[in-house]
Design a protein around this ligand. Structure first.
Ligand code: FAD
Length: 537
């Protein structure tokens, strides 16, 4: 049996942060258990490899939702990283802090101690920005998370998206992460010197040399151990054997928004009726475990273009070969840039107090094969996508059986509120405006597939239900709040009523943030580490 001060379950965006921060002082012994394997894989490191990893079972839990009534009863694919770095090793690398209001909303929802001023101070010390200036590339900040401006690598075609934004009166902005900036610009990415810069690269790798950190890969935690309500260890499978690890101080679940609530439920901590239905002894009836699920949905439209886009390179064998050689020799070119080049936050109406829609523009068009493989079109094209920022629908994660190997039942409950249906239409209306803009009309041949300009609001909502997909941001399934009746964690990320146990990952968000969720998850884990170390004094 292994004995440690802290046992961390999951080496993803949050788990890597904690493994680093808790072992820095050298005084505390930490075990990090990860179900997946190494992240030393070519297509994990190459930014454009995102399109491959998203459907690669070797690095992915490959979840599938239940049939979702709000999405015309479709069951959709929910990839989650299963390797060192977790989802930060397979994500699309867009770096967005979110809006200031998102974090004030966390405090207002009962997450005591959380607000924008606190979050902002953590973001500031977490980031190093690699910026393009007139004097060349310059560094700003000295945090472990590398956030790069890749404007010099973007496809020339992407300029058309910025010009279209200007046609429509949206601000064109240099940095989405500067306070108060809504508008359209080039995305910043977690890429360093042409390679993905995951949470493992930023936090875990430098910590690996410390003798007080032990990392076990390819080891899946089955459930938590303890006496009464208190938790003091985990049972996990490794190399075909069941093993136990004891935590003298705490077990910290960082298994992500799907697997953290699943592990709580398998361990008898969750809604009593659900646990009893599966023959699991109730250790603590905590009704909100797995409830409160929020995710972002987006709808995309593709168009054939009159001027060359990335299809000219990536849609042809010779072009791919040339791009591959350029990347290997220089770490530059189309392979060095994540798929979403341009986008940002916009308001759908002038009366909106905050931006309501996030946009993504890609200078490439593609299809997806029956097996989920991305197939880039030969002819030039582009894609425009819109995501409502703050959905109000909430879904559930529930174990399907007491067998730890069984995938949980994911019910997103999408578009189940009138507000979400209205915002979905507004998101499509924004895309219609872009499709009609002078700058995009000048380079567009015709719609490839459904044409948003041929649809009224009812048809747009139906199209959204029929084709919208996840933006891969499940959150809030173990959310922070004041009491065990309305939430799972307190503001210090301790599980209500369960000594020795915290949950630190995207499941802890009280509400989904307006943008992509990797940056806020790492920020949450950085602050959680401060709180854990404070409590350990
Ligand atoms: C395809 C995709 C694209 C995305 N694109 C972006 C983007 O461009 N920008 C952005 O900001 N966000 C993006 N996201 C979202 C973002 O990456 C996640 O919100 C974030 O990584 C969540 O971090 P986490 O720590 O909560 O979970 P994860 O990073 O998923 O970590 C959980 C870890 O726990 C491990 N684990 C789970 N169960 C067990 C168990 N029983 N035993 C041991 N280990 C276990 C998992 O294998 C995993 O390594 C994307 C996500 C995906 C999947």
């Amino acid at each position: 049996m292994l004995e440690f001060d802290y046992v961390i379950v999951g080496a993803g965006s949050a788990g890597c942060v904690l493994a680093d921060r808790l072992t820095r002082c050298g005084r505390l012994k930490v075990l990090l258990i990860e179900s997946g394997g190494s992240d030393a894989r070519f297509w994990v490191k190459v930014p454009l490899g995102y399109a491959i990893n998203v459907s690669n079972p070797a690095v992915n839990w490959g979840y599938q939702t239940a049939r979702d009534p709000g999405l015309n009863a479709r069951s959709i694919s929910w990839p989650r990283g299963r390797l060192i770095g977790g989802s930060s090793s397979i994500n699309a690398m867009a770096y967005l802090r979110g809006l200031a209001q998102d974090f004030d909303d966390w405090g207002a929802a009962g997450a005591d101690g959380w607000d924008w001023a606190t979050a902002r101070a953590v973001f500031d010390r977490m980031e190093t920005h690699s910026e393009l200036t007139e004097q060349g590339r310059k560094k700003r900040g000295d945090g472990p998370v590398w956030v790069s401006d890749l404007t010099d690598q973007m496809a020339a075609f992407s300029q058309n998206f910025l010009m279209a934004a200007q046609d429509l009166g949206y601000a064109v902005i240099p940095d989405h992460n500067a306070p108060g900036s809504d508008g359209i610009g080039y995305y910043r990415s977690t890429v360093r010197h042409g390679l993905r810069w995951s949470s493992a690269d930023a936090f875990l790798r430098p910590a690996l040399k410390r003798p007080n950190l032990r990392v076990v890969r390819n080891a899946e935690v089955r459930h938590l151990l303890g006496e009464g309500r208190a938790v003091n260890g985990v049972l996990y499978d490794h190399k075909g054997k069941a093993q136990t690890a004891t935590a003298h101080r705490e077990v910290i679940l960082c298994a992500g928004a799907i697997n953290s609530p699943k592990l709580l439920q398998l361990s008898g901590i969750g809604p009593a009726d659900l646990l009893q239905r599966h023959g699991i002894k109730v250790r603590h009836d905590l009704p909100q475990v797995g409830r409160g699920l929020q995710d972002h949905l987006a709808l995309s439209y593709q168009f054939q273009s009159r001027t060359p886009t990335l299809n000219r390179t990536l849609g042809r064998r010779l072009g791919r070969l040339q791009a591959g050689v350029k990347y290997i020799l220089t770490r530059k070119g189309p392979l060095a840039v994540p798929v979403n080049q341009v986008g940002g936050f916009v308001r759908s109406g002038e009366e909106d107090r905050l931006p309501t829609i996030q946009l993504y523009f890609n200078p490439v068009s593609y299809g997806v094969s029956a097996k989920g493989k991305t197939i880039v079109d030969r002819a030039s094209g582009y894609q425009i996508s819109a995501q409502p920022c703050r959905p109000t629908s909430r879904g559930t994660i529930e174990i399907a059986s007491a067998d730890p190997k069984a995938a949980p039942v994911i019910k997103p409950n999408s578009l189940s509120t009138a507000e979400d249906q209205r915002t979905a239409i507004e998101a499509c209306n924004v895309l219609q405006r872009f499709a009609q803009s002078e700058s995009l009309r000048a380079v567009t041949q015709q719609a490839k597939g459904p044409d948003p300009l041929a649809m009224d609001d009812a048809a747009l909502l139906d199209d959204f239900r029929e084709r919208a997909s996840t933006v891969y941001h499940p959150t809030c399934t173990c959310r922070m709040g004041r009491t065990g009746a309305e939430s799972v964690l307190d503001g210090r990320l301790r599980v209500h009523g369960v000594p020795g146990l915290r949950v630190v990952d995207a499941s802890a968000f009280p509400n989904i943030t307006s943008g992509n969720t990797n940056a806020p998850t790492m920020m949450l884990a950085m602050r959680a580490a401060d709180l854990i170390l404070e409590d350990a004094r």
